[in-house]
Design a protein around this ligand. Structure first.
Ligand SMILES: C[S@@+](CC[C@H](N)C(=O)[O-])C[C@H]1O[C@@H](n2cnc3c(N)ncnc32)[C@H](O)[C@@H]1O
Length: 278
């Protein structure tokens, strides 16, 4: 880990890039300090998690997703999963669904419930017990619960994804659970880095289309090349404002750059239209 990141207790110098993005675009600001739901794709070893945790309003929920196992900072949740799998998107949705329910129940008042034996007890409205009692009183309906999940629960989608090295050695040194050994910044092959980043950005864009709220924002890393103008056009169909931004913390000789996308146009956006027109 570079000296300056270690010095500030950050997990990697990637943190400085996100800090600069936030300084310029205020991506973690919300109206009246409302708590945010943030998903961080390609989160290991956790430096962007640290920035999100520090900059988001109190009570915000931050979820890191990575194909590699990693230890998130305290206060951040994590999920080891491949973002290219549709199931991962459903798991992210249901994570934030439960987080919303938790927030609601914290703000709920006490209610009186009459059990089927005729006793009256006081529980938190919508608490586990309340839910169990009303399930035994009424017919339980799983599909109802599923429908109550907010379809677009997220305020910010971050993506710093880059494919990890395939592990072919080092198993004896516990490299499987130490993301530093397998994390790559670039392969050094310009076309390969560019093509791979376009695919991973498209995966992040699908998460943004499916799960980001209207008005939400996204930051995604890419390596510049021939096809990024088409990605930019796709992003412009989903967000009102799309900027290319290269923080000074990113080495000037590197083709690494970021799309900062602000103000999602609507909760529902037709994916097919986005991907068939650009
Ligand atoms: C450059 S690192 C991210 C650094 C991180 N933002 C931080 O601040 O510590 C890129 C990460 O993307 C992850 N990644 C690549 N492809 C992925 C995929 N399909 N699904 C989930 N994570 C992926 C890699 O495992 C790697 O840990």
């Amino acid at each position: 880990m570079p000296r300056e990141a270690k010095h500030e207790n950050l997990k990697s110098r990637a943190a400085f890039k996100l800090l600069q993005v936030d300084q310029k675009f205020k991506i973690f600001q919300s109206s009246e300090g409302r708590a945010l739901n943030v998903v961080d794709l390609g989160a290991a070893p956790g430096a962007w998690n640290q920035v999100a945790l520090e900059k988001c309003p109190k009570g915000s929920k931050i979820l890191g997703v990575d194909i590699l196992p990693y230890q998130p900072p305290r206060g951040v949740s994590s999920m080891q999963a491949n973002i290219l799998s549709r199931r991962t998107h459903e798991m992210i949705r249901s994570f934030f669904g439960s987080a919303e329910k938790e927030r609601h129940s914290d703000a709920l008042k006490d209610v009186e419930i009459t059990t089927n034996t005729g006793d009256t007890i006081i529980v938190k409205e919508n608490s586990m017990m309340g839910a169990q009692l009303s399930e035994t009183n009424n017919e339980s309906d799983d599909s109802k619960d599923d429908n109550s999940l907010n379809k677009t629960p997220i305020d910010v989608v971050l993506s710093d994804m880059y494919a990890p090295f395939v592990q072919i050695s080092g198993f004896a040194n516990a490299t499987t659970n130490n993301p530093y050994f397998r994390m790559a910044n670039t392969s050094g092959l310009v076309v390969r880095d560019h093509e791979m980043s376009m695919d991973l950005c498209d995966a992040a864009l699908i998460v943004a289309i499916n799960l980001l709220k209207q008005g939400g924002c996204s930051v995604m890393k890419f390596f510049s090349g021939e096809r990024d103008k088409y990605l930019e056009q796709r992003l412009q169909m989903v967000f009102h404002k799309v900027y290319r931004y290269k923080p000074t913390a990113s080495r000037s000789e590197s083709r690494e750059c970021y799309f900062v996308c602000l103000n999602k146009k609507a909760d529902y956006i037709d994916k097919l239209k986005v991907f068939s027109s650009a």
